[in-house]
Design a protein around this ligand. Structure first.
Ligand SMILES: Cc1cc2nc3c(=O)[nH]c(=O)nc-3n(C[C@H](O)[C@H](O)[C@H](O)COP(=O)(O)OP(=O)(O)OC[C@H]3O[C@@H](n4cnc5c(N)ncnc54)[C@H](O)[C@@H]3O)c2cc1C
Length: 376
C-alpha cells in the first residue's frame, strides 16, 4: 500500500500518461545527442512541475510539496532520468529563496520563476571544493551598495540554460553567504559544458563570475547564513535524489521483467530460471525498501520535523540500490543489456551519478554517523 492522497494519485495518473506519450519516446535521443531538450522543459512548465515547491499563489503544490515532488520525480525517472533531474535542480536552486529570502526578494523572483519560466542553477561546487563545501574560494566583496562576486563554479546543472542562479560565496574568512544572481548580469560567462557518462540530456556547465556587481539586496538571509541554508536544502533535495534513483531502478526492473518473460533459453522463458528469479527477487525487495525510506524522509520534511538523518539514509540507500539493480538488470538481458537498442545500459550509466551528487554516499554516511553520535 502506498501513502499517497487522492489528489496525488490523480496527478500521478495523468503524469504517467504524459511520461509515456511525451517523455519516454525522446529519452534515448536525448541521451544519444546530449542536446538539452527545451520541449520537455515547456511541457513541464505547462504541467506545473517546475514550480511545485513555490507557494500556491505562484503555482506551487498546496499540501506535502516535498513528497509530491518526489513522487513526480520517481514517475518521470522511470523513463528518463535526465528529464526528472530538471525538477530537482529547479527546487535546489530556488530553495535558498524559499527558506531564507526576504519578502521583497520573493516578490521580485517568484514571478520571474513561475511566470517568467526561468530555469534555476545552483552554483556551489568549485574545482577545489566539492564534498567540502566550506573550502569554496568564490568571494563576495562589499563595494558601496553592492557586492562584487569573483570565482569559478563547476558542474552546475542547468549552468548554461538557467535564467537565475543561487550562488554561494565567501563574505568573510569563514563566512559563506548565498546570493540570487541573474544570468544577464555583466561579468557572467559560461566555460566548459561537461561531456558526461550518463544524464547526457542534462546540462552541466562551468560558470565563471568576473567582477559581477550584485545589489546588496540580493544577499539571501544574513551574511554567514549560507552554509546552514545549503545544509537545509540537502534535507529537501536528498529525498528527491532518492526518488530519482528509485524511479531509475523501477524503470530498469519493469523493462527487464517483460524482457525475461519473452526471452527463451534452454527451452523456457528466462523468467522461469530460478537464478534469474533470485536476481529479480532481490531487486524487487530493494525497490520496496527504497520506497519506504524515500517516502519517510520526504514526509518528515513536509511535517516540518528534522529529517537530516533520514534524508541521508534515503539518498545513499536508494542510490546504492539503483546502482545494484541496474547492473543486475544488464546481466539479466545478457549481451542485449549492453547495447543501446535497450534502455538498460542508459539507466545503468545514469544510476552512477545518483551515488555521487547532492553529497557523495561516503558523505551521507558521515552525516548519519554524526547524527547518531549527537543522539538525534
Ligand atoms: C553531473 C553532475 C551534476 C552536478 N550538479 C551540481 C550542481 O548543480 N551544483 C553544484 O554545486 N554541484 C553539482 N555537482 C557537484 C557534486 O555535488 C559534486 O561532484 C559532489 O558533491 C562530490 O564532489 P567532488 O566531485 O568534488 O568530489 P570530492 O569532494 O573530491 O570527493 C571525491 C570522493 O572522495 C570521497 N570523500 C571526500 N571527502 C571524504 C571524507 N572526508 N571521507 C571519506 N570520503 C570522502 C567522496 O565521497 C567522493 O567519493 C554535480 C556533479 C555532477 C557530476
Amino acid at each position: 500500500m502506498r501513502t499517497i492522497s487522492d489528489e496525488q494519485k490523480i496527478l500521478l495518473d495523468s503524469l504517467a500518461k504524459v511520461v509515456r506519450d511525451r517523455v519516454a519516446p525522446v529519452a534515448a535521443e536525448i541521451d544519444r545527442t546530449g542536446a538539452f531538450n527545451w520541449d520537455v522543459v515547456s511541457l513541464f512548465w505547462d504541467l506545473g512541475l517546475l514550480q511545485i515547491m513555490l507557494p500556491e499563489e505562484y503555482g506551487g503544490w498546496p499540501k506535502n510539496p516535498c513528497h509530491t515532488l518526489c513522487l513526480c520525480i520517481e514517475e518521470i525517472a522511470k523513463a528518463c532520468a535526465s528529464s526528472a533531474l530538471l525538477l530537482i535542480i529547479q527546487v535546489v536552486g530556488s530553495f535558498p529563496l524559499i527558506e531564507a529570502g526576504s519578502e521583497a526578494q520573493k516578490k521580485r523572483y517568484y514571478p520571474m520563476i513561475s511566470e517568467g519560466r526561468n530555469l534555476m542553477g545552483y552554483l556551489v561546487t568549485e574545482p577545489g571544493a566539492g564534498s567540502d563545501v566550506q573550502a569554496i574560494s568564490t568571494t563576495a566583496r562589499v563595494s558601496g551598495d553592492h557586492y562584487v562576486l569573483n570565482g569559478t563554479k563547476v558542474f552546475a546543472t542547468n549552468g548554461s540554460v538557467a535564467g537565475l542562479y543561487t550562488v554561494l560565496a565567501k563574505t568573510g574568512e569563514r563566512e559563506l553567504s548565498f546570493f540570487i544572481v541573474e544570468r544577464g548580469m555583466a561579468g557572467i560567462s559560461i566555460g566548459r559544458i561537461e561531456d558526461k557518462c550518463g544524464f547526457r540530456g542534462s546540462n552541466t556547465a562551468e560558470v565563471i563570475l568576473e567582477d559581477v556587481v550584485v545589489p546588496k539586496d540580493n544577499l539571501i538571509g544574513k551574511p554567514g547564513e549560507g552554509f546552514l541554508i545549503a545544509m537545509r536544502d540537502f534535507d529537501m533535495s536528498r529525498p528527491a535524489v532518492a526518488a530519482l534513483a528509485l524511479g531509475l531502478a523501477e524503470g530498469a526492473f519493469d523493462y527487464t521483467v517483460k524482457y525475461a518473460r519473452e526471452r527463451y533459453t534452454f527451452g523456457k522463458p528466462l523468467i522461469e530460471h530460478q537464478a534469474i528469479q533470485f536476481i529479480l527477487a532481490e531487486a524487487c525487495t530493494l525497490i520496496e525498501a527504497s520506497r519506504g525510506l524515500m517516502e519517510r524522509a520526504a514526509m518528515t520534511f513536509d511535517a516540518g520535523e528534522r529529517n537530516t538523518k533520514l534524508a541521508s539514509m534515503a539518498k545513499y540507500f536508494c542510490s546504492d540500490a539503483a546502482m545494484k539493480i541496474t547492473t543486475d538488470m544488464v546481466q539479466v538481458l545478457g549481451g542485449y543489456g549492453y547495447i543501446k537498442d535497450h534502455p538498460i545500459e542508459r539507466m545503468f550509466r545514469d544510476a552512477k551519478l545518483t551515488q555521487i551528487f547532492e553529497g557523495a554516499n561516503q558523505i551521507q554516511k558521515m552525516v548519519i554517523g554524526r547524527e547518531i553520535s549527537k543522539n538525534r
